[in-house]
Unconditional design. Structure first.
Length: 610
């Protein structure tokens, strides 16, 4: 007895791909699914649960189109995977895969006969031009892989920030914990930062106890095997190491976007980079005994600083409560990052000035940066006003200090109070926020005419970092080479400048701030939509992170998914008849892939604008 047809009684429409072998392949896959009693949704779920394609599985709607013949000719791997999940018998699976591959070869053979390539004259230089094209193709592939790796790194950084926030919360709960036998219900009702329930608090305390036990066990093991510990640390020693505010087990930051800027701002950032991000000092097993003792001393000093910070939290419950509340309000630092970036964009006023770097701010505007951060921070985090200081956090008054450098000035009346210190630098793209109990012994000896004093080295070490050296939201104009930016702004109209930006900054995320600075108009988004239409004639596809179809196309091309309200441009070309493994998308039923430098410019079909 024949199995019932798939679907809800709808008639099966004969495929019409324009190729007999492809029509036969579509019917073959339909017959296989029918016999297995699997719908397209079932097949998609099986492919997903089976771990096929390693995160690059086509979306369900895309799978519908592929199985109906749209772009199926470039999906040999998908065809084989569908057969594999529908047919349990290995011998029959192999026979069906061979049959499907034979149909794919016939389809490619038909295209090769229908579109015979024009003869190309061999270069007189003995093939050097072919070698140049090959290198350029490799460069395009590396750029796409780099963009994908950077997106993955950004996601990893966000996860690591959330992990650090959890560790901070655990430390604070441990510091504020009471001796055994105390009334935990009373403590739960008193703290303004309390957990949502006693069960949640008990779970956090259990995690803290487990973490402390694992730490003690690790220390004992290290003492039993000092030689092995030295070898392990030496093998993982960074190129330039030094003590920092965090242990070496803290997750590493993501790789920075490459830049070829030559202006003084970037040179300063590069000069300061080794001192901004350093790891834990690792003893060198091959160094002289005196050097090894010095390195061990640095490690011991870092451990002493860590223990001192925990003791400070235990002895200063107000500081611990404020710190816990700030972590709760912004666990991964994304809210404060947007606050600082928004304040910078407000002062730059790109719509009217075309400015995009903080170094372009005037001295008066730099002075107002802190006030802009103060206002946006209060509104974003919902902080109440203080009676004497800026904010009230967790029931305690807190002042806020902002710096575009690495130090802050504190008035005499702030001595003994709590202060949130914030710093940011768009040259390095990093920002930090920490908490400090202002004390006289942490200040420099000298003061200005108002009696304000800055932090000494001891004072900077006393800061309890809530978020340390996190990345600011990225903008394309900040990391494009100076000559490229100059060429963009050399265009006479806003529309021409934005089109030049998309042409020169391909595979680079472009934000609304970039659009405003380039167009110097309030309708930058409208200009971007117009550029999308115009650049399609040159084969350039402009993707937007708010459009689901563009997100699907980015995944199909193997590119990072643009963030919401972000644009990415990429030039496409018709996929070659011979399969080279490049990801493709279907436009008007034909496969397209990321263009290589040697590929001619071909206008995109109208389907690319939908």
């Amino acid at each position: 007895m024949a199995p019932p047809p798939l679907g809800s009684g709808r008639p099966v429409v004969p495929p019409s791909t324009g190729s007999e072998p492809m029509d036969a392949l579509v019917l073959l896959l339909l017959d296989i699914r029918t016999q297995a009693r699997l719908s397209v949704e079932d097949v998609h779920e099986l492919l997903k649960n089976g771990g096929h394609f390693k995160g690059q599985l086509p979306a369900r709607s895309t799978l519908y189109r592929k199985l109906s013949g749209v772009g199926l000719k470039n999906e040999r791997r998908l065809v084989e995977a569908v057969i594999g999940v529908c047919v349990p018998d290995d011998r029959r699976t192999k026979a069906l895969r061979d049959q499907a591959n034979s149909l794919l070869r016939q389809a490619w053979s038909e295209d090769a006969e229908a579109e015979a390539p024009e003869p190309v004259m061999a270069p007189d230089d003995g093939g050097s031009m072919a070698e140049l094209v090959r290198v350029q193709r490799e460069l395009i592939n590396v750029q796409a892989q780099l963009a994908a790796a950077l997106q993955t790194a950004a996601e990893a950084e966000k996860e690591s920030a959330q992990s650090r926030a959890l560790v901070t919360m655990l430390l604070v709960f441990g510091a504020l914990g009471r001796p055994e036998g105390s009334d935990t219900s009373t403590r739960t009702s008193e703290g303004p930062f309390r957990a949502d329930s006693e069960m949640a608090q008990t779970e956090l305390q259990a995690q803290l106890t487990t973490a402390k036990a694992e730490r003690d066990e690790t220390n004992r093991a290290a003492q039993r095997r000092p030689a092995e510990t030295e070898d392990l640390l030496a093998a993982h020693a960074p190129d330039s190491a030094g003590p920092t505010d965090f242990p070496s087990s803290a997750p590493a930051g993501p790789p920075e976007w490459p830049t070829t800027r030559t202006d003084p701002v970037d040179r300063i950032a590069l000069d300061e980079a080794p001192t901004r991000r350093t790891g834990r000092v690792a003893p060198n097993a091959t160094a002289a005994p005196v050097e090894r003792e010095a390195q061990h001393g640095a490690v011991s000093s870092l451990e002493r600083q860590t223990h001192e910070r925990v003791r400070t939290l235990e002895q200063d419950p107000e500081l611990a409560e404020v710190m816990a509340e700030m972590v709760r309000l912004d666990p991964d630092g994304s809210r404060m990052g947007s606050v600082i970036d928004g304040a910078g964009r407000h002062l730059l006023d790109p719509v009217h000035t075309g400015r995009y770097l903080w170094s372009q701010l005037t001295k008066v505007e730099r002075v107002g940066f802190g006030a802009a951060v103060h206002q946006r921070m209060q509104r974003e985090l919902g902080l109440a006003d203080g009676l004497l200081l800026d904010f009230t956090v967790a029931g305690h008054e807190v002042d806020v200090k902002f710096s575009l450098g690495n130090n802050w000035n504190f008035a005499p009346e702030l001595q003994g109070g709590l202060c949130l210190v914030v710093r940011a630098d768009d040259a390095s793209g990093l920002w930090s926020i920490g908490l400090l109990r202002v004390r006289s012994e942490l200040m420099r000896a000298g003061s200005n005419r108002d009696g304000k004093r800055g932090l000494s080295a001891q004072g900077r070490n006393a800061i309890h970092w809530i978020a340390h050296d996190l990345r600011l939201p990225d903008h394309a104009l900040r990391r494009l080479p100076v000559d490229v930016v100059n060429a963009i702004f050399a265009k006479t109209s806003g529309q021409a400048r934005i089109e030049e930006l998309f042409l020169r900054a391909q595979l680079t995320p472009v934000t609304t701030a970039d659009l405003s600075a380039v167009t110097m108009q309030a309708d930058g988004v409208k200009r971007a939509r117009e550029a999308r239409r115009r650049l399609a004639e040159q084969g350039v596809l402009v993707l937007n992170g708010t459009r689901p179809l563009d997100i699907e196309r980015a995944l199909g091309l193997g590119l990072p998914v643009p963030a919401p309200s972000t644009w990415v441009s990429v030039r496409l070309a018709p996929a070659p008849p011979q399969q080279d493994g490049s990801p493709t998308i279907a436009l008007n039923g034909n496969p397209w892939c990321v263009a290589r430098p040697g590929d001619p410019k071909v206008a995109l079909p109208a389907a690319a604008l939908t």
